[in-house]
Write a protein that binds this ligand. Structure first.
Ligand code: HEM
Length: 521
């Protein structure tokens, strides 16, 4: 009996061993000659040699868009990358690939979420930015383009922009009096917080005035940090759902607190206390009106509104603040450009008043400076898309459900398209190759899908582009009109890029403003 048992064990183990070996053999054969091969009928995009378990993680540095750019030089503009055991995506790094993906087609008009969505307290599909190309997305997009971010609504916010820019100038002016160092990063971030919170819910961020807004801001920062930590779970494959480091639990808790504060604010609006302090509606007013509209194609709930506002706060504040910082950093580092811009503003606006948004059409060099800064230092260097049906890109087969990153950092520094791509040369945006004036408005809308993509392109292009451009031009123009800027010991501003997915500066922009033309005289 005992001997028989030993024999049985022996047979089971050897059988198992054969099974394992044969499955490895089949897998290797499949990888080499089968569907993963580069046979002419079903070629797959090229890929560096992955390591077991970690895939290509060892090839990626702390600044992801740069790592992808380096890999693309070797493996081509459309390559396959695997992070960890199961997260595989394709990375597009050339204008040509961008054109194929961003063409106005429903395929690739969906996004994917990085990080397990189970930790969100809002139901899946309630997001707007993170949404697939669903009926809910289309409903919200229509609301954005007809009511929330339409030109007339943005014009209504003009007084808010002008007020907040003046407030920022006042604060910079105070730093200049004592000759103290001015943390321009902090000032520009406060400007953006005030601006966006006023647009959305009629309240300023100023921490001494509005405690609820301060709480929301802190929670949004916490949610973003925890969200990106949960994103790292993706590399653990099937283990990602186990919340190995407890970040998911903390994320849920932060979202519950965010939800509570937003519910209070919505309740204020319902009793008529929350209306915008200025004239006209703020975004919350419009969203709540839409939620009460019985004829609306989609019933907008409070949860939709809270999720939408969370996404707006994430999409708008840090991106625009980063763009402002980069533009100022490049202007401080490039004296010739700085002086040329100052001359343009002074000759257009005159010596006695502060420039305003109505001056924009007469300030082409200011527009070019902002465009060049967004090209060189895009705050969102990777665009996320998902393919919804099988197709071919660059001759390679792409299956439905494939995750795609467009590396706009690399695309906007593509040497085939841009002369001296790593140099800050605003003049390139004044004329086109034939020497005639470029259509600035079209360029900003992302119509030149292929090569200029700071706001993405196609159906999912940024809806805040017009607003962001107005804020950057107004703020940068005023800061150059009113102040000279010095750096400690005559150094240049350090323009190192921060780590990860974002295109923010690695270090705060600290400098010394000296009044050139006092805006408050
Ligand atoms: C300099 C500032 C900004 C930059 C560089 C920027 C960039 C981008 C990019 C690259 C995308 C993805 C586009 C794509 O997939 O093709 C995007 C999407 C989006 N952005 Fe912005 N953005 C900025 C400011 C803003 C502001 C101020 C708002 C709102 C007030 C905003 C709201 C959005 C929204 C809602 C989406 C998602 C659009 C959709 O899925 O249909 N962004 N942005």
């Amino acid at each position: 009996m005992a001997a028989n048992n030993v024999d049985l064990w022996y047979i089971d183990w050897s059988y198992l061993l054969i099974l394992i070996l044969s499955s490895i053999f089949v897998r290797v054969a499949l990888t080499k000659y089968g569907k993963n091969s580069s046979s002419p009928s079903t070629p797959q995009p090229p890929s560096p040699l992955p390591l077991p378990v970690i895939g290509h993680i060892h090839l990626l540095g702390s600044v992801l868009p740069r790592s992808f750019q380096t890999l693309a030089r070797r493996y081509g503009p459309f390559m396959r990358i695997r992070m960890g055991s199961s997260l595989t995506f394709l990375v597009g790094s050339s204008p040509d690939v961008a054109r194929q993906i961003l063409k106005p087609d429903v395929n690739f008009s969906s996004r994917f979420e990085l990080g397990p969505v189970q930790y969100s307290i809002y139901q899946q599909g309630m997001g707007f930015i993170t949404s697939p190309y669903s009926p809910y997305y289309r409903f919200m997009k229509k609301l954005c383009t007809t009511k929330l971010f339409v030109g007339s609504q943005l014009n209504q916010f003009r007084h808010i922009r002008e007020h907040e820019v003046r407030d920022c100038l006042r604060s910079v002016s105070e730093s200049s009096v004592g000759g103290d160092a001015c943390n321009l990063t902090a000032k520009l971030t406060t400007l953006m917080n005030n601006l966006i919170f006023r647009m959305i819910m009629g309240r300023r961020y100023d921490k001494y005035v509005d405690d609820e807004v301060k709480q929301i801001k802190e929670l949004v920062v916490e949610i973003m940090e925890l969200g990106s930590k949960c994103g790292i779970y993706e590399v653990f494959g099937p283990l990602k759902k186990y919340d190995l480091f407890g970040h998911g639990k903390k994320l849920r808790a932060a979202m519950v607190r965010y939800d509570d504060v937003l519910e209070k604010i919505i309740a204020d609006y319902e009793v008529g206390d929350g209306a915008c302090r200025g004239s006209g509606d703020d975004l919350m007013d419009i969203l709540l009106k839409t939620s009460r509209d019985v004829d609306a194609e989609v019933k907008l709930t409070n949860n939709h509104i809270k999720q939408f506002i969370l996404e707006m706060l994430i999409a708008s504040i840090d991106t625009t603040s980063a763009a402002l910082q980069w533009t100022m950093a490049e202007l401080i580092n490039h004296h010739r450009v700085f002086m040329k811009l100052r001359e343009e503003i002074e000759s257009t606006v005159g010596p006695s008043r502060l420039m305003s948004e109505s001056d924009f059409p007469n300030l082409p060099y200011l527009q070019a400076v902002v465009k060049e800064s967004l090209r060189l230092h895009t705050p969102t260097p990777l665009i996320f898309r998902e393919c919804t049906k099988d197709c071919k890109i660059n001759g390679y087969k792409v299956k439905a459900g494939t995750k795609i990153f467009l590396n706009t950092y690399a695309i906007m520094r593509d040497p085939e398209t841009w002369q001296d791509p790593d140099e800050f040369v605003p003049e390139r945006f004044l004329v086109n190759a034939e020497g005639s004036q470029l259509d600035q408005a079209e360029l900003m809308k992302g119509q030149d899908f292929g090569s200029y993509l700071p706001f993405g392109g196609g159906r999912r292009a940024c809806i805040g582009a017009m607003h962001a451009s107005a804020v950057i031009q107004a703020t940068v123009g005023a800061l150059i009109q009113c102040f000279d800027w010095k750096i400690k010991d005559g150094d240049k501003v350090d323009i190192t890029v921060g780590s990860g997915f974002s295109g923010a500066m690695a270090r705060p922009l600290v400098c010394y403003p000296v009044v050139h033309s006092d805006p408050f005289k």
